[in-house]
Design a binder for this molecule. Sequence first.
Ligand code: GFB
Length: 324
Amino acid sequence: MPSSTEPPFRLEGRRVLVAGHRGMVGTAIVSRLESENCTILTVPHAEVDLRNQTQVEDWLAANKPEAVFLAAGTVGGIHANDTRPAEFIYDNIMMVANVVSSVWRQCQAKLLYLGSSCIYPRLAPQPMTEEALFSGGLEPTNQWYALAKISGIKLCQAYRRQYGCDFISAMPTNLYGPHDNYDLKASHVVPALIAKTHAARESGAKSVEVWGTGKPKRELLYVEDLADALVFLMKSYSQEDHINVGTGVDVTIAELASLVARVIGFEGGFDFVTEKPDGAPRKLLDVSRLSALGWTAHTDLEEGLRRAYAWYCDNVTGGGDASD
Ligand code: GFB
């Protein structure tokens, strides 16, 4: 069982690599690390493809980080997972296998690996504890990604057991926030609803299309809260068990659509497109382990959506007014 009595791991003065620094999570980690007095390292994309073992090995040998946040990955929402299974399984397995084995060989850094709540069975009892892993079958729309993420957890555990590496894993729930992906073919539900609802308000449309029945429930964590939790875990946690990171609260997709409409000021209705998949009926994380260690999320969903929408207006629509 995790304990809060681990000697703290110092970030101050250390060389800290954020792999995946251009993504939503990596960007938030880099920004959170700015107050830690460490040297932040990022891997130039043009130079290193994390799926290429030689490039990863050479870069780590030359740069020798002392801590690694592994936030890189091929990620996306339900449609991308369902239609690009080869990329989701291959890219994610290769990245974690290369980084884990090369960190062990080249620099022996402490490593924090990021998984996803889709590792748990589709029908796991809710809220899902860390022990629910392997207790049932996976959600078909994202089984490829889930298998890659489970492999990552197991790689970290195997290197810890066999070689004594200080590798830990965090399993975040569904995320949203600044620097999210707004491409509707690849996006998760929050950016999709923000983009579609904003467009509907601008064009005067009467309704917004919402995929599925609106009945599935999702737990949504603001990405800056996640980054704070990851820095907390890097400093204070060193055990083989993976740790859930979430809010402990979820909403239906229909409720989420209404909340996004309120934030954006859209007064029309919703068309539920039931030909599109619902995915998992519910995936609420049990966050009692993380709470017992001393961390809880603090950004309320409506406040987080307001900040995400403000970022969208400033960066994607070419500068609109988020407070209309
Ligand atoms: O966020 P999302 O794509 O991912 O979808 P998952 C969540 C729910 O929102 C599903 C519904 O029930 C979707 O059908 N939804 C409604 C929409 N309208 C939309 C829309 O316009 N776009 C999208 N994308 N969804 C992903 C996994 O599952 O979650 C990944 O596929 C990963 O592997 C990620 O685990 C966190 O929660 O269903």
